[in-house]
Design a protein around this ligand. Structure first.
Ligand SMILES: [Zn+2]
Length: 533
Protein backbone atom coordinates (compact mmCIF):
# COMPACT_ATOMS: atom_id res chain seq x y z
CA UNK A 1 0.00 0.00 0.00
CA UNK A 2 1.22 3.46 -0.69
CA UNK A 3 0.06 6.53 1.06
CA UNK A 4 0.90 9.11 -1.50
CA UNK A 5 1.01 9.33 -5.26
CA UNK A 6 3.34 11.65 -7.03
CA UNK A 7 1.83 14.96 -8.01
CA UNK A 8 4.15 16.53 -10.57
CA UNK A 9 2.85 20.06 -10.24
CA UNK A 10 3.28 20.18 -6.46
CA UNK A 11 6.81 18.82 -6.76
CA UNK A 12 7.66 21.22 -9.52
CA UNK A 13 6.42 24.18 -7.48
CA UNK A 14 8.54 23.10 -4.53
CA UNK A 15 11.63 24.85 -5.74
CA UNK A 16 11.05 26.08 -9.20
CA UNK A 17 8.09 28.34 -8.59
CA UNK A 18 6.24 28.66 -11.89
CA UNK A 19 8.54 26.27 -13.74
CA UNK A 20 6.33 23.29 -14.55
CA UNK A 21 9.17 21.08 -15.75
CA UNK A 22 9.73 18.04 -13.53
CA UNK A 23 13.33 18.15 -12.56
CA UNK A 24 14.27 15.23 -10.37
CA UNK A 25 17.54 15.88 -8.56
CA UNK A 26 20.44 13.63 -9.45
CA UNK A 27 21.65 13.68 -5.90
CA UNK A 28 20.18 14.29 -2.46
CA UNK A 29 22.54 15.46 0.27
CA UNK A 30 20.93 15.08 3.67
CA UNK A 31 22.92 17.02 6.27
CA UNK A 32 22.26 16.57 9.96
CA UNK A 33 24.10 18.93 12.30
CA UNK A 34 24.24 17.21 15.70
CA UNK A 35 22.90 19.81 18.17
CA UNK A 36 22.33 22.31 15.34
CA UNK A 37 20.11 25.09 16.68
CA UNK A 38 17.88 27.48 14.69
CA UNK A 39 18.44 30.07 17.41
CA UNK A 40 22.19 30.12 16.69
CA UNK A 41 21.78 29.98 12.91
CA UNK A 42 19.64 33.12 13.22
CA UNK A 43 21.84 34.84 15.77
CA UNK A 44 24.97 34.44 13.61
CA UNK A 45 23.26 34.65 10.22
CA UNK A 46 24.97 37.96 9.35
CA UNK A 47 28.38 36.29 9.83
CA UNK A 48 27.82 33.40 7.43
CA UNK A 49 29.34 33.48 3.96
CA UNK A 50 29.67 29.76 3.15
CA UNK A 51 27.41 26.72 3.31
CA UNK A 52 24.90 28.04 5.85
CA UNK A 53 24.58 31.20 3.71
CA UNK A 54 24.10 29.20 0.52
CA UNK A 55 21.55 26.80 2.01
CA UNK A 56 19.47 29.64 3.38
CA UNK A 57 19.69 31.80 0.26
CA UNK A 58 18.71 28.90 -1.99
CA UNK A 59 16.38 27.21 0.44
CA UNK A 60 12.87 26.74 1.59
CA UNK A 61 13.16 27.18 5.38
CA UNK A 62 10.63 25.71 7.78
CA UNK A 63 11.42 27.83 10.80
CA UNK A 64 8.92 26.18 13.13
CA UNK A 65 10.10 22.56 13.01
CA UNK A 66 10.22 20.40 16.14
CA UNK A 67 11.04 16.86 17.10
CA UNK A 68 7.71 16.05 18.74
CA UNK A 69 8.93 13.42 21.11
CA UNK A 70 10.39 13.66 24.57
CA UNK A 71 13.85 12.13 24.88
CA UNK A 72 15.99 14.14 22.50
CA UNK A 73 19.27 12.33 21.92
CA UNK A 74 21.24 11.34 18.83
CA UNK A 75 20.12 7.74 18.25
CA UNK A 76 16.34 8.13 18.42
CA UNK A 77 16.39 11.45 16.57
CA UNK A 78 18.32 10.10 13.62
CA UNK A 79 15.92 7.18 13.42
CA UNK A 80 13.08 9.76 13.38
CA UNK A 81 14.79 11.85 10.67
CA UNK A 82 15.38 8.93 8.31
CA UNK A 83 12.30 6.79 8.95
CA UNK A 84 9.53 9.31 9.66
CA UNK A 85 8.59 7.37 12.79
CA UNK A 86 8.68 8.34 16.43
CA UNK A 87 10.61 6.07 18.81
CA UNK A 88 7.19 4.78 19.95
CA UNK A 89 6.89 2.92 16.66
CA UNK A 90 10.45 2.96 15.34
CA UNK A 91 11.83 1.33 18.47
CA UNK A 92 15.09 3.28 18.89
CA UNK A 93 14.18 4.62 22.33
CA UNK A 94 17.58 5.93 23.41
CA UNK A 95 21.28 5.80 22.61
CA UNK A 96 21.27 3.02 25.19
CA UNK A 97 18.51 1.17 26.93
CA UNK A 98 18.09 -1.87 29.17
CA UNK A 99 17.26 -4.93 27.11
CA UNK A 100 14.93 -6.99 29.33
CA UNK A 101 15.41 -10.16 27.25
CA UNK A 102 19.15 -10.40 27.83
CA UNK A 103 19.16 -8.32 31.04
CA UNK A 104 21.87 -5.98 29.78
CA UNK A 105 22.34 -2.43 28.63
CA UNK A 106 21.98 -2.30 24.87
CA UNK A 107 23.52 0.23 22.48
CA UNK A 108 21.13 1.38 19.77
CA UNK A 109 23.34 0.14 16.90
CA UNK A 110 24.89 -2.78 18.72
CA UNK A 111 25.53 -5.86 16.61
CA UNK A 112 26.86 -9.02 18.20
CA UNK A 113 27.48 -10.71 14.85
CA UNK A 114 29.28 -8.07 12.79
CA UNK A 115 32.76 -6.79 13.53
CA UNK A 116 34.80 -3.70 12.74
CA UNK A 117 36.60 -4.16 9.42
CA UNK A 118 39.71 -2.25 10.50
CA UNK A 119 40.63 -3.83 13.83
CA UNK A 120 38.16 -6.69 14.21
CA UNK A 121 36.55 -5.11 17.26
CA UNK A 122 32.83 -5.21 17.94
CA UNK A 123 30.72 -4.19 15.00
CA UNK A 124 27.83 -1.81 14.66
CA UNK A 125 24.87 -1.96 12.35
CA UNK A 126 21.19 -1.42 11.65
CA UNK A 127 20.53 -5.14 12.20
CA UNK A 128 18.26 -4.72 15.20
CA UNK A 129 16.28 -1.78 13.92
CA UNK A 130 12.95 -2.99 12.68
CA UNK A 131 11.81 -0.15 10.46
CA UNK A 132 12.91 0.89 7.00
CA UNK A 133 14.16 4.37 6.15
CA UNK A 134 14.40 6.85 3.30
CA UNK A 135 17.45 5.20 1.72
CA UNK A 136 15.64 1.83 1.69
CA UNK A 137 12.57 3.36 0.06
CA UNK A 138 14.78 4.96 -2.59
CA UNK A 139 16.59 1.70 -3.35
CA UNK A 140 13.34 -0.21 -3.43
CA UNK A 141 12.03 2.23 -5.99
CA UNK A 142 15.24 2.09 -8.02
CA UNK A 143 17.90 -0.49 -7.11
CA UNK A 144 20.43 1.47 -9.18
CA UNK A 145 20.24 4.43 -6.80
CA UNK A 146 23.18 4.58 -4.40
CA UNK A 147 22.79 5.30 -0.68
CA UNK A 148 25.84 6.41 1.31
CA UNK A 149 25.93 7.58 4.91
CA UNK A 150 28.90 9.13 6.72
CA UNK A 151 29.25 10.61 10.18
CA UNK A 152 31.61 11.05 13.09
CA UNK A 153 29.20 8.95 15.19
CA UNK A 154 28.40 5.34 14.35
CA UNK A 155 24.75 5.64 15.42
CA UNK A 156 24.27 8.71 13.22
CA UNK A 157 25.72 7.16 10.06
CA UNK A 158 23.92 3.86 10.66
CA UNK A 159 20.49 5.19 11.60
CA UNK A 160 20.48 7.74 8.78
CA UNK A 161 21.58 5.13 6.24
CA UNK A 162 18.81 2.60 6.89
CA UNK A 163 18.82 -1.17 6.45
CA UNK A 164 20.54 -1.49 3.15
CA UNK A 165 22.87 1.37 2.19
CA UNK A 166 25.72 0.87 -0.26
CA UNK A 167 28.12 2.26 2.31
CA UNK A 168 28.02 3.49 5.91
CA UNK A 169 31.16 5.01 7.40
CA UNK A 170 31.74 6.31 10.90
CA UNK A 171 34.74 7.44 12.87
CA UNK A 172 36.29 5.08 15.38
CA UNK A 173 38.91 5.77 17.99
CA UNK A 174 41.53 3.72 16.17
CA UNK A 175 41.99 6.94 14.22
CA UNK A 176 39.84 6.94 11.10
CA UNK A 177 36.57 6.15 9.41
CA UNK A 178 35.44 2.56 9.45
CA UNK A 179 32.53 0.27 8.73
CA UNK A 180 31.41 -3.15 9.90
CA UNK A 181 31.04 -6.52 8.20
CA UNK A 182 27.28 -5.88 8.09
CA UNK A 183 28.09 -3.45 5.27
CA UNK A 184 31.37 -4.64 3.71
CA UNK A 185 34.20 -7.09 4.28
CA UNK A 186 36.84 -4.37 4.08
CA UNK A 187 37.21 -0.62 3.63
CA UNK A 188 37.65 0.57 0.05
CA UNK A 189 41.29 1.49 -0.60
CA UNK A 190 40.42 5.15 -0.99
CA UNK A 191 38.94 5.27 2.55
CA UNK A 192 42.02 3.50 4.01
CA UNK A 193 44.25 5.92 2.17
CA UNK A 194 42.17 8.89 3.40
CA UNK A 195 42.55 7.60 6.97
CA UNK A 196 46.28 7.19 6.78
CA UNK A 197 46.82 10.61 5.23
CA UNK A 198 44.56 12.12 7.91
CA UNK A 199 46.93 10.98 10.68
CA UNK A 200 44.66 11.90 13.59
CA UNK A 201 47.41 11.72 16.28
CA UNK A 202 49.21 14.57 14.47
CA UNK A 203 46.32 16.89 15.42
CA UNK A 204 47.70 17.02 18.96
CA UNK A 205 50.09 19.61 17.49
CA UNK A 206 47.14 21.83 16.61
CA UNK A 207 45.86 24.87 18.39
CA UNK A 208 42.21 25.86 18.05
CA UNK A 209 42.26 29.61 17.51
CA UNK A 210 39.47 32.01 16.57
CA UNK A 211 38.78 32.19 12.85
CA UNK A 212 37.87 35.90 13.02
CA UNK A 213 38.90 38.81 15.19
CA UNK A 214 38.05 38.39 18.87
CA UNK A 215 35.98 41.60 18.84
CA UNK A 216 33.44 39.88 16.53
CA UNK A 217 32.90 37.18 19.12
CA UNK A 218 32.68 39.66 21.98
CA UNK A 219 30.09 41.75 20.19
CA UNK A 220 27.96 38.79 19.07
CA UNK A 221 27.72 36.64 22.14
CA UNK A 222 28.46 36.34 25.86
CA UNK A 223 31.92 36.41 27.46
CA UNK A 224 34.36 33.60 26.63
CA UNK A 225 35.42 32.97 30.22
CA UNK A 226 32.06 31.94 31.67
CA UNK A 227 31.25 29.88 34.73
CA UNK A 228 29.87 26.48 33.74
CA UNK A 229 32.05 25.97 30.67
CA UNK A 230 34.32 22.93 30.65
CA UNK A 231 38.04 23.65 30.57
CA UNK A 232 40.02 21.78 27.92
CA UNK A 233 43.33 23.45 28.66
CA UNK A 234 44.62 20.83 31.14
CA UNK A 235 46.93 23.36 32.74
CA UNK A 236 45.55 23.09 36.25
CA UNK A 237 43.82 26.45 36.26
CA UNK A 238 40.15 26.94 35.38
CA UNK A 239 40.35 29.02 32.21
CA UNK A 240 37.76 27.79 29.69
CA UNK A 241 38.78 30.05 26.82
CA UNK A 242 40.11 30.05 23.28
CA UNK A 243 42.74 29.42 22.03
CA UNK A 244 42.88 25.74 22.98
CA UNK A 245 46.09 23.77 22.56
CA UNK A 246 45.55 20.05 22.08
CA UNK A 247 49.10 19.11 23.06
CA UNK A 248 48.43 18.58 26.76
CA UNK A 249 45.29 16.55 26.11
CA UNK A 250 47.37 13.77 24.56
CA UNK A 251 47.03 11.32 21.67
CA UNK A 252 44.47 9.05 23.33
CA UNK A 253 42.06 11.92 23.95
CA UNK A 254 42.60 13.20 20.41
CA UNK A 255 41.84 9.75 18.97
CA UNK A 256 38.63 9.56 20.99
CA UNK A 257 37.46 13.16 20.60
CA UNK A 258 38.39 13.85 16.98
CA UNK A 259 34.82 13.90 15.58
CA UNK A 260 33.69 16.23 18.36
CA UNK A 261 36.10 19.06 17.61
CA UNK A 262 35.97 21.27 14.49
CA UNK A 263 38.86 19.43 12.77
CA UNK A 264 36.73 16.28 12.80
CA UNK A 265 33.86 17.78 10.84
CA UNK A 266 36.27 19.38 8.38
CA UNK A 267 37.75 15.92 7.74
CA UNK A 268 34.30 14.31 7.52
CA UNK A 269 33.20 16.79 4.85
CA UNK A 270 36.40 16.13 2.86
CA UNK A 271 35.54 12.43 3.07
CA UNK A 272 32.01 13.28 1.89
CA UNK A 273 33.43 15.08 -1.15
CA UNK A 274 35.78 12.18 -1.85
CA UNK A 275 32.94 9.65 -1.53
CA UNK A 276 30.81 11.56 -4.03
CA UNK A 277 33.72 11.51 -6.46
CA UNK A 278 34.78 7.88 -5.96
CA UNK A 279 31.25 6.46 -5.95
CA UNK A 280 30.14 8.71 -8.80
CA UNK A 281 27.19 10.06 -6.82
CA UNK A 282 24.75 12.13 -8.86
CA UNK A 283 26.41 11.17 -12.13
CA UNK A 284 23.50 9.48 -13.89
CA UNK A 285 19.71 9.55 -14.01
CA UNK A 286 19.35 7.30 -10.93
CA UNK A 287 19.03 9.66 -7.96
CA UNK A 288 21.59 8.92 -5.25
CA UNK A 289 21.53 10.00 -1.63
CA UNK A 290 24.42 11.01 0.60
CA UNK A 291 23.71 11.39 4.32
CA UNK A 292 26.21 13.46 6.28
CA UNK A 293 26.10 13.68 10.07
CA UNK A 294 28.27 16.47 11.47
CA UNK A 295 29.18 15.81 15.09
CA UNK A 296 31.44 18.63 16.32
CA UNK A 297 28.60 21.04 17.07
CA UNK A 298 27.39 18.55 19.67
CA UNK A 299 30.84 18.05 21.17
CA UNK A 300 31.50 21.78 21.39
CA UNK A 301 28.00 22.52 22.72
CA UNK A 302 28.29 19.88 25.44
CA UNK A 303 31.56 21.32 26.65
CA UNK A 304 31.06 25.08 26.36
CA UNK A 305 27.33 25.68 25.86
CA UNK A 306 25.53 27.11 22.82
CA UNK A 307 26.39 30.77 23.43
CA UNK A 308 30.13 30.27 23.87
CA UNK A 309 32.88 31.77 21.73
CA UNK A 310 33.88 28.18 20.96
CA UNK A 311 30.45 27.36 19.53
CA UNK A 312 30.33 30.59 17.53
CA UNK A 313 33.74 29.72 16.10
CA UNK A 314 32.58 26.19 15.34
CA UNK A 315 29.49 27.51 13.48
CA UNK A 316 31.76 29.77 11.42
CA UNK A 317 34.03 26.85 10.60
CA UNK A 318 31.14 24.54 9.66
CA UNK A 319 29.80 27.37 7.45
CA UNK A 320 33.12 27.52 5.57
CA UNK A 321 33.64 23.78 5.27
CA UNK A 322 30.05 23.23 4.15
CA UNK A 323 30.55 26.02 1.61
CA UNK A 324 33.53 24.21 0.06
CA UNK A 325 31.61 20.93 0.09
CA UNK A 326 28.57 22.45 -1.65
CA UNK A 327 30.77 24.20 -4.24
CA UNK A 328 32.41 20.94 -5.13
CA UNK A 329 29.08 19.09 -5.40
CA UNK A 330 27.48 21.86 -7.47
CA UNK A 331 30.41 21.89 -9.86
CA UNK A 332 30.62 18.11 -10.24
CA UNK A 333 26.88 17.26 -10.31
CA UNK A 334 25.78 20.48 -12.04
CA UNK A 335 24.20 23.59 -10.62
CA UNK A 336 20.72 22.90 -9.28
CA UNK A 337 20.93 19.14 -9.72
CA UNK A 338 21.26 18.38 -6.02
CA UNK A 339 18.60 18.67 -3.34
CA UNK A 340 20.13 19.54 0.04
CA UNK A 341 18.35 19.05 3.34
CA UNK A 342 19.73 20.77 6.42
CA UNK A 343 18.39 19.65 9.77
CA UNK A 344 19.38 18.40 13.20
CA UNK A 345 18.77 15.73 15.80
CA UNK A 346 18.20 18.08 18.74
CA UNK A 347 19.09 21.43 20.28
CA UNK A 348 20.48 22.12 23.74
CA UNK A 349 19.87 23.92 26.97
CA UNK A 350 22.07 27.00 27.52
CA UNK A 351 24.52 26.82 30.42
CA UNK A 352 22.39 27.10 33.58
CA UNK A 353 24.86 29.70 34.87
CA UNK A 354 24.15 31.80 31.77
CA UNK A 355 20.38 31.34 32.12
CA UNK A 356 20.61 32.49 35.74
CA UNK A 357 22.48 35.59 34.60
CA UNK A 358 19.44 36.28 32.39
CA UNK A 359 17.09 36.04 35.39
CA UNK A 360 15.82 32.52 34.60
CA UNK A 361 15.28 29.91 37.31
CA UNK A 362 17.80 27.34 36.11
CA UNK A 363 20.21 24.83 37.58
CA UNK A 364 22.16 21.61 37.49
CA UNK A 365 20.77 18.48 39.09
CA UNK A 366 23.42 17.44 41.61
CA UNK A 367 25.10 14.18 40.53
CA UNK A 368 26.34 13.26 44.02
CA UNK A 369 22.83 13.83 45.39
CA UNK A 370 21.28 11.81 42.57
CA UNK A 371 23.74 8.94 42.99
CA UNK A 372 23.09 8.74 46.71
CA UNK A 373 19.32 8.70 46.16
CA UNK A 374 19.74 5.99 43.51
CA UNK A 375 21.72 3.91 46.02
CA UNK A 376 19.00 4.39 48.65
CA UNK A 377 16.29 3.39 46.16
CA UNK A 378 18.21 0.24 45.21
CA UNK A 379 18.67 -0.83 48.83
CA UNK A 380 15.02 -0.24 49.71
CA UNK A 381 13.72 -2.10 46.66
CA UNK A 382 16.02 -5.08 47.27
CA UNK A 383 14.94 -5.23 50.91
CA UNK A 384 11.26 -5.18 50.06
CA UNK A 385 10.94 -7.22 46.88
CA UNK A 386 14.36 -8.83 46.32
CA UNK A 387 17.21 -8.50 43.85
CA UNK A 388 17.02 -8.44 40.04
CA UNK A 389 13.53 -7.03 39.94
CA UNK A 390 14.36 -3.43 39.04
CA UNK A 391 17.19 -2.33 36.75
CA UNK A 392 18.37 1.23 36.34
CA UNK A 393 19.82 2.38 33.03
CA UNK A 394 20.92 5.99 33.16
CA UNK A 395 18.07 7.88 34.73
CA UNK A 396 15.37 5.38 33.86
CA UNK A 397 14.07 2.30 35.67
CA UNK A 398 13.14 -0.99 34.01
CA UNK A 399 11.09 -3.66 35.74
CA UNK A 400 11.76 -7.33 35.27
CA UNK A 401 9.05 -9.20 33.38
CA UNK A 402 8.54 -11.46 36.42
CA UNK A 403 7.28 -8.59 38.62
CA UNK A 404 3.75 -8.94 39.96
CA UNK A 405 1.35 -6.07 40.53
CA UNK A 406 2.11 -5.73 44.22
CA UNK A 407 5.87 -5.62 43.56
CA UNK A 408 5.23 -3.08 40.79
CA UNK A 409 3.44 -0.83 43.25
CA UNK A 410 6.07 -1.17 45.98
CA UNK A 411 8.95 -0.42 43.59
CA UNK A 412 7.15 2.50 41.95
CA UNK A 413 6.31 3.99 45.32
CA UNK A 414 9.93 3.77 46.50
CA UNK A 415 11.29 5.33 43.29
CA UNK A 416 8.73 8.12 43.29
CA UNK A 417 8.90 9.02 46.97
CA UNK A 418 12.72 9.13 47.02
CA UNK A 419 13.55 10.71 43.67
CA UNK A 420 10.91 13.41 43.69
CA UNK A 421 12.99 14.96 46.50
CA UNK A 422 15.77 15.66 44.02
CA UNK A 423 16.09 19.37 43.25
CA UNK A 424 15.45 20.09 39.56
CA UNK A 425 13.17 17.12 38.87
CA UNK A 426 9.76 17.98 37.41
CA UNK A 427 8.25 14.53 37.68
CA UNK A 428 8.98 10.90 38.34
CA UNK A 429 6.45 9.38 35.99
CA UNK A 430 5.52 5.85 34.98
CA UNK A 431 5.08 4.53 31.47
CA UNK A 432 1.40 3.91 32.26
CA UNK A 433 0.90 7.51 33.42
CA UNK A 434 2.52 8.82 30.26
CA UNK A 435 0.38 6.62 28.01
CA UNK A 436 -2.77 7.69 29.87
CA UNK A 437 -1.75 11.36 29.78
CA UNK A 438 -3.49 14.27 28.10
CA UNK A 439 -3.02 15.89 24.75
CA UNK A 440 -0.84 18.94 25.43
CA UNK A 441 2.31 19.24 23.32
CA UNK A 442 4.38 18.25 26.35
CA UNK A 443 2.24 15.17 27.05
CA UNK A 444 2.19 14.16 23.39
CA UNK A 445 5.97 14.43 23.23
CA UNK A 446 6.24 12.08 26.19
CA UNK A 447 3.84 9.59 24.59
CA UNK A 448 5.77 9.63 21.31
CA UNK A 449 8.95 8.56 23.10
CA UNK A 450 7.35 5.49 24.69
CA UNK A 451 7.63 2.14 22.98
CA UNK A 452 5.21 -0.23 24.72
CA UNK A 453 7.56 -3.22 25.02
CA UNK A 454 11.01 -1.69 25.14
CA UNK A 455 10.61 1.51 27.15
CA UNK A 456 11.45 1.90 30.85
CA UNK A 457 8.72 1.64 33.48
CA UNK A 458 9.65 4.84 35.31
CA UNK A 459 11.15 8.05 33.88
CA UNK A 460 12.75 11.05 35.56
CA UNK A 461 11.86 14.27 33.76
CA UNK A 462 13.91 17.34 34.66
CA UNK A 463 12.31 20.74 35.20
CA UNK A 464 12.55 23.19 32.35
CA UNK A 465 15.98 24.93 32.40
CA UNK A 466 17.46 22.25 34.65
CA UNK A 467 20.10 19.90 33.29
CA UNK A 468 21.59 16.62 34.42
CA UNK A 469 24.95 17.71 32.99
CA UNK A 470 27.20 18.07 36.02
CA UNK A 471 29.29 19.96 37.00
CA UNK A 472 30.15 21.64 33.65
CA UNK A 473 28.74 22.00 30.18
CA UNK A 474 25.31 21.77 28.61
CA UNK A 475 23.11 19.00 27.31
CA UNK A 476 19.80 17.88 25.82
CA UNK A 477 17.43 14.95 26.25
CA UNK A 478 14.26 16.72 27.37
CA UNK A 479 10.84 17.49 25.82
CA UNK A 480 11.38 21.27 26.02
CA UNK A 481 11.50 23.54 22.99
CA UNK A 482 15.19 24.40 23.37
CA UNK A 483 15.88 20.69 22.72
CA UNK A 484 13.10 19.97 20.21
CA UNK A 485 13.40 23.01 17.89
CA UNK A 486 15.54 22.15 14.86
CA UNK A 487 16.48 23.79 11.57
CA UNK A 488 14.83 22.50 8.41
CA UNK A 489 15.88 23.77 5.01
CA UNK A 490 15.29 22.18 1.60
CA UNK A 491 17.64 23.84 -0.90
CA UNK A 492 18.62 23.61 -4.55
CA UNK A 493 21.01 25.78 -6.53
CA UNK A 494 19.45 28.84 -8.13
CA UNK A 495 16.28 28.60 -6.06
CA UNK A 496 14.71 31.41 -4.10
CA UNK A 497 14.80 31.78 -0.36
CA UNK A 498 11.38 31.12 1.14
CA UNK A 499 10.21 30.91 4.72
CA UNK A 500 7.35 28.86 6.08
CA UNK A 501 6.21 29.47 9.66
CA UNK A 502 3.84 26.51 9.61
CA UNK A 503 4.33 24.14 12.54
CA UNK A 504 5.90 20.95 11.19
CA UNK A 505 7.53 17.92 12.77
CA UNK A 506 10.75 16.03 12.16
CA UNK A 507 8.77 12.90 11.20
CA UNK A 508 7.62 14.83 8.11
CA UNK A 509 11.12 15.18 6.65
CA UNK A 510 11.65 11.66 5.28
CA UNK A 511 8.23 11.45 3.57
CA UNK A 512 8.70 14.95 2.13
CA UNK A 513 11.96 13.92 0.47
CA UNK A 514 10.40 10.64 -0.71
CA UNK A 515 7.46 12.50 -2.20
CA UNK A 516 9.77 14.95 -3.91
CA UNK A 517 11.66 12.04 -5.49
CA UNK A 518 8.48 10.19 -6.47
CA UNK A 519 9.41 7.36 -4.12
CA UNK A 520 6.80 5.33 -2.25
CA UNK A 521 6.99 5.13 1.52
CA UNK A 522 5.27 2.90 4.10
CA UNK A 523 1.74 3.80 5.10
CA UNK A 524 2.52 3.15 8.76
CA UNK A 525 4.98 6.02 9.27
CA UNK A 526 4.06 8.85 11.67
CA UNK A 527 4.95 11.78 9.40
CA UNK A 528 3.32 13.26 6.36
CA UNK A 529 4.80 14.78 3.24
CA UNK A 530 4.84 18.53 3.55
CA UNK A 531 2.79 20.58 1.18
CA UNK A 532 4.91 23.39 -0.10
CA UNK A 533 3.27 26.65 -1.01
ZN1 LIG B 1 24.78 15.43 22.56
Amino acid sequence: MIKWFFMPLVAAFLFTGCNNKINNPKLVVFISIDQGMPELLDKYDHLFTGGYRWLKDNGNSFVNTHHDYGYLVTGPSHQVLSSGRYPSSGGVIGNYWFNRDIKKSWYCVEDTIAHDVVNGGSGRSYRNVEVTALGDWLKQSNPKSKVVSISGKDRTAILLGGKNPDMALWYKNHGGWTTSTYYAEALPDWVSSFNSKLNVPSYTDSVWTRLLDESIYTSNTRADNFEGEADWSNDGEYNPTLPISFKDRGVKTMLGDFPYIPFGDAAMLRLGTLSAEKLQLGKDENTDILFLGLSATDGVGHAFGPHSHEQLDNYLRVDRHLGSFINSIESSVGIGNTLYILTSDHGSIALPEYLKSQGIDAGRISKPMKDSLYAEVKTKIEMQIGKNKVYRNGNYFYYDVSMNLQQYEVATDIIKSNLSKLEGIRSVITKKEILNGGNSIYERRLKNMVHIQKSPDVFLIPKKYWTQRFPYGASHGTPYDYDTHIPLVFARGESKHRISTKRVASVDIAPTVAKYLNVQFPKAIDGKALKIK
